[in-house]
Design a protein around this ligand. Structure first.
Ligand SMILES: Nc1ncnc2c1ncn2[C@@H]1O[C@H](COP(=O)(O)OP(=O)(O)OP(=O)(O)O)[C@@H](O)[C@H]1O
Ligand SMILES: [Mg+2]
Length: 308
């Protein structure tokens, strides 16, 4: 488990991280979201050992690795949100270069590089010059590079930005494979629909603080359970409206777009549906309004309440 605790970072007079905390379980694909400037890249750079935090801790299995470069290097694979310029280097040479940085040379380095190039579907580009690759290919190469020392934790800063839909699907599959190989993945992105499909947990940050975090299904279920039930009925609504208002579990009901929007206490959906049918109300549809990650994001950021 990775536990990021109370991270603080100031740039001059600007407090970029203001006590940010996250808990990431082993095997998670953890989506890290927040508006521009929220502090995602800063957090990731601190985790990767590229930036010094003013205070706080990053625990890996209860050991604080903050400031311990060797441990950080060993555990974390960091993919930055930009790709540097690499003139006169072939894809395979690029990988071998980074292998050498981790003390691997010769046949071992070559074989591992080939394996990782295959893993990110760049097998046919092995002898291409890095600078001739498309952006999506460079991003995949960058991912291959951060796997070279077999880290257990991957920290990926917006790996899907600027990718076409097909390449994004490919990336998603690669990440799922990595998860199955036992990696834990922290991934930042602004593409919320995709994060919702890919991640099992999320953390929303705003102004350097965590606003909400946890298992996505649990969070969405909690939110949806407070949403109204939207009911369609055949014919006149007045009769149904009168009947629904009288039910004890109903907090509020009104007509919206020709349907009944019903807020109820608790989770008595089935009981309410049964009552409607028993009372000869012809129900044509009965659906709990579903929120998505975008609604959650919009309702969460910009608010001052903060989760400790
Ligand atoms: N080296 C730096 N010097 C000064 N300010 C910095 C530096 N790095 C980051 N900041 C500031 O810290 C804040 C957080 O930046 P950060 O890059 O972590 O945001 P982010 O959440 O990654 O945003 P985005 O979604 O745009 O990538 C911003 O206001 C940024 O201007
Ligand atoms: Mg960023």
């Amino acid at each position: 488990m990775i536990k990021i605790e109370n991270l603080k970072k100031r740039f001059g007079r600007f407090q970029a991280l203001d006590g940010l905390s996250l808990e990431i379980n082993d095997g998670d694909i953890f989506g890290f979201v927040g508006p521009n400037g929220a502090g995602k890249t800063t957090t990731m750079r601190i985790c990767a050992g590229l930036l010094k935090a003013d205070s706080g801790a990053v625990y890996i299995d209860d050991v604080n690795v903050l400031g311990k470069q060797n441990e950080i290097k060993q555990y974390f694979g960091y993919m930055p949100d930009f790709f540097g310029v690499y003139d006169n280097l072939k894809v395979i040479e690029y990988m071998e270069f980074f292998a050498a940085a981790y003390g691997m040379y010769g046949k071992d380095a070559y074989n591992l590089s080939c394996e990782l190039i295959e893993l990110v579907n760049l097998g046919d580009k092995k002898d291409f010059m890095v600078d001739t690759l498309s952006r999506g290919m460079k991003q995949r190469l960058c991912l291959a590079r951060c796997l070279i020392h077999n880290p257990s934790l991957l920290v990926l800063d917006e790996p899907a930005s600027g990718l076409d839909p097909k390449t994004r699907v490919e990336l998603k599959e690669i990440l799922k494979n990595l998860q199955q190989m036992g990696k834990t993945i922290l991934i930042s992105s602004h593409i919320l629909t995709e994060l919702a499909e890919m991640c099992n947990a999320i953390g929303i940050v705003d102004k350097g603080k965590t606003v909400l975090q946890g298992n996505i299904d649990t969070i969405m279920n909690d939110i949806n359970s407070a949403n109204p039930i939207i009911v369609g009925v055949e014919g006149e609504l007045d009769n149904a409206l009168r009947f629904i208002k009288e039910q004890v579990e109903v907090k509020d009901v009104f007509v919206e777009d020709g349907k009944l929007s019903i807020k109820i206490n608790g989770q008595e959906d089935a009981q309410l549906l049964r009552k409607l049918i028993m009372n000869d109300i012809s129900v044509t549809s009965f659906i709990r309004k579903q929120s998505n990650l975008e609604t959650l994001f919009m309702n969460t950021v910009g608010k001052s309440e903060v989760v400790e």
